[in-house]
Design a protein around this ligand. Structure first.
Ligand code: CTP
Ligand code: CA
Length: 227
């Protein structure tokens, strides 16, 4: 349905969502990336659009297709993702579900790196921009609600709480991705929502249920559109 026909608690709201991994090229045929199917981000885009939001869905090369009813912006690298997010602002809220590569290869080779006997390539890395931190720190045009994710394997709550403070976002959705949980790559998620109100641990549920619950919380936090 068209934007004018959108109804629901998020009708009239513009929300940016990042999703999927980023790919940082080593050469024309190789890259480094984080593991991410894009499933949680896609479910979130779907849930927000379902509540009537105009969703700008900035996605890296994910396995899961982007949801219907959102504006899809496809990117490869973290630098491209950052530019696409900044282009998509202003927005009422921004949710960062992407698994952004923390480093890029400083000088990707323009031609394919060939194997040579008795020598190994060395890669010089540069740190990628932190899109969530940059958007959280905007003095002008900061979305009213900025939500990050924190996938952790140890001391989940402490790490996620520190991450929220460090990045300056309003909420962090923390989850334990230790191999023992079987969360990574699966259909389910078990998250704790960390905000000014403290830490709210949700039971283990499907990624689409996590998405719907989070979308409802976002709608509640933004409140009715004033006009
Ligand atoms: N994020 C981002 N840009 C980056 C890195 C992360 O926007 N360059 C966002 C992610 O989308 C996520 C949040 O920041 O919402 C936390 O990502 P995470 O990788 O857990 O945090 P880092 O600060 O990169 O810390 P770590 O050393 O644990 O990877
Ligand atoms: Ca990271």
């Amino acid at each position: 349905i068209g934007k004018a026909l959108a109804s629901g608690p998020l009708a009239g709201r513009r929300i940016v969502v990042t999703s999927g991994p980023t790919h940082e090229p080593i050469d024309p045929v190789r890259y480094i990336a984080n593991r991410s199917s894009g499933a949680q981000g896609a479910a979130l885009g779907d849930a927000l659009a379902g509540l009537g939001a105009e969703v700008i869905f900035v996605t890296g090369p994910a396995e899961v297709p982007p949801p219907k009813g959102v504006k899809v912006v496809k990117v490869d690298t973290a630098a491209e993702m950052r530019a696409a997010v900044m282009d998509a602002l202003p927005a009422d809220a921004a949710v960062f579900a992407a698994a952004v590569a923390d480093w890029r290869v400083e000088q990707p080779a323009t031609g394919k790196i060939k194997k040579t006997p008795d020598s190994l390539p060395t890669l010089q890395f540069a740190e990628n921009p932190d899109i969530l931190a940059d958007v959280s720190a905007l003095r002008e045009g900061r979305p009213g609600l900025v939500v990050g994710f924190a996938a952790e394997t140890d001391d989940v709550l402490a790490n996620a709480t520190a991450k929220r403070a460090r990045k300056g976002c309003d909420w962090i959705v923390a989850n334990d991705v230790s191999p023992a949980t079987g969360i990574m790559g699966g259909q389910e998620n078990m998250v704790t929502l960390i905000s000014d109100d403290g830490a709210d641990a949700w039971p283990r549920m499907g990624k689409d249920q996590v998405a719907r619950k989070l979308a409802a919380k976002i709608a509640e936090a933004l409140g009715p559109v004033s006009r």
